[in-house]
Design a protein around this ligand. Structure first.
Ligand SMILES: Nc1nc2c(c(=O)[nH]1)N[C@H]1C(S)=C(S)[C@@H](COP(=O)(O)OP(=O)(O)OC[C@H]3O[C@@H](n4cnc5c(N)ncnc54)[C@H](O)[C@@H]3O)O[C@H]1N2
Ligand code: MOO
Length: 391
């Protein structure tokens, strides 16, 4: 068995960065920019007023008076220049006229006809200089595009963005015992669950999912479903990964050309994970136990998807917290314990649940974090520092 770190290295080595496509800005949220983009203009494109008030040519000392000579609004500049003793009525976002040194707030003047008098002096110029936000040609990205990034790209006048094509992940649940949610299970059957969590995780990471029909534990059925995965960028199977007589995924995948990178990891849950290249696409064979499959998706599927999207840091760093309870020594496998996370004044506190069976979806749904107990670690006391992965 190899360690989680070694396995991650092998998994990331399977990644090929996705090709580039161009999408409209309105469709770019959450996509991965493929290359830096350059601003097509200065922002603001002119010295702009930050307030509603009057533009004047000096420091507007208390008691100074000016004659109002015209008006500028957002989208409607004055066009001319102002001279000493003159003021321009100006509104937020309007171009500041040539000659102006500051904009006095309208609350800080008294107006009589065309005459204004300063009633409150201020050191603020209330002018946003041209290019204060960004400059023509200024580079931005590449990164995953957030809501704020969309606004910035729009302001840069970039109607389209080059992004990485979303990797398509084929998900194959396997097992004679499985039916889809909403169907009526036979007496020996259960409802397939893991694939829904894994689909959601892949989509959150920026991939898309081809959800394939459940494969039965026969060579013919698995072969047929594998054929449906043709053309996917990543194949994820669930179940049939262990040593049982009906665990046919590994055997069949190898018969179909899987070039295995590894099989079995020193981790709990998730020991019988398998990875390799199959028909030109990376394949991850996840164990069937629901929590094992979902933990493996967090630890391996998501970093692989992120690497395919060009994320330079596809593996999320572990975080530190204080243990909320004593924990036993770990055995020969790194234990990813389902845990709750609470806040205390100095540090977060991570407390593992008592029940850690890898079949318990109810416990997983309660969990905020996976407490990472390194393999071979001794017993630890409440209050000791420990590492966790947020869920
Ligand atoms: N003799 C041994 N038995 C087992 C070992 C072992 O080392 N020696 N490893 C155990 C571990 S650890 C795990 S994890 C499981 C993994 O087994 P498989 O990957 O072969 O998974 P299955 O046998 O197909 O299923 C296990 C369990 O999970 C349920 N399952 C499967 N797929 C789904 C799904 N899509 N949704 C919900 N539940 C699913 C399935 O019904 C089984 O109950 O093997 C141990 N055994
Ligand atoms: O590794 Mo299994 O995934 O412990 O339940």
């Amino acid at each position: 068995m190899i360690t989680v770190e070694e396995a991650l290295g092998h998994v990331l080595a399977l990644a090929r960065v996705m090709p580039v496509e161009t999408v409209a800005l309105a469709d770019a949220a959450g996509r991965w920019m493929a290359e830096p983009v350059a601003a097509r203009r200065d922002q603001p494109p002119f010295d702009a007023s930050a307030m509603d008030g009057y533009a004047v040519t000096d420091e507007a000392p208390l008691g100074a008076t000016y004659t109002v000579v015209g008006e500028a609004g957002a989208g409607h500049g004055f066009g001319g220049r102002i001279n000493a003793g003159e003021a321009l009525r100006i509104f937020t976002g309007a171009p500041v006229p040539d000659g102006a040194q500051r904009v006095v707030l309208q609350e800080s003047v008294r107006r009589d006809g065309a005459q204004i008098t300063i009633t409150e002096a201020s050191a603020n110029t209330n002018i946003r200089p041209r290019g204060d936000d960004f400059r023509l040609g200024q580079a931005f990205g590449p990164k995953r595009i957030s809501a704020s990034d969309l606004a910035l790209l729009a302001a840069m006048n970039l109607p389209e963005v080059p992004v990485r094509r979303k990797p398509e992940v084929a998900i194959i649940a396997t097992g004679d015992e499985l039916v889809m949610p909403g169907e009526t299970p036979g007496p020996d059957q259960i409802v397939a669950s893991n694939s829904f969590a894994i689909k959601a995780l892949v989509e959150q990471a920026g991939g898309r999912v081809r959800m394939l029909p459940i494969a039965r534990d026969t060579e013919a059925s698995l072969r047929a479903v594998f054929d449906l995965a043709d053309g996917a960028d990543l194949i994820v199977t669930i179940g049939g990964a262990s040593v049982g007589d009906h665990d046919v995924v590994a055997r069949l995948a190898e018969g179909m050309g899987l070039k295995r990178a590894f099989y079995k990891i020193a981790m709990r849950p998730g020991k019988p994970l398998m990875a390799g290249m199959m028909r030109g696409a990376p394949m991850l064979g996840l164990p069937g136990n629901p929590v094992s499959a979902i933990v493996c998706a967090h630890l391996f599927v998501l970093p692989l998807v992120r690497a395919m999207l060009g994320d330079p840091s596809p593996v999320l760093p572990l975080r530190q917290a204080r243990l909320g309870s004593d924990v036993d020594a770990t055995g020969p496998r790194t234990h990813y314990m389902r845990a709750s996370l609470t806040m205390s004044p100095d540090a977060p506190v991570v407390t593992p649940f008592t029940r850690q069976d890898s079949a318990l979806l109810g416990v997983l749904a309660e969990a905020d974090a996976l407490l990472v107990r390194p393999l071979g670690d001794g017993p630890r006391r409440a209050g000791d520092l420990a590492e966790y992965l947020p869920l």
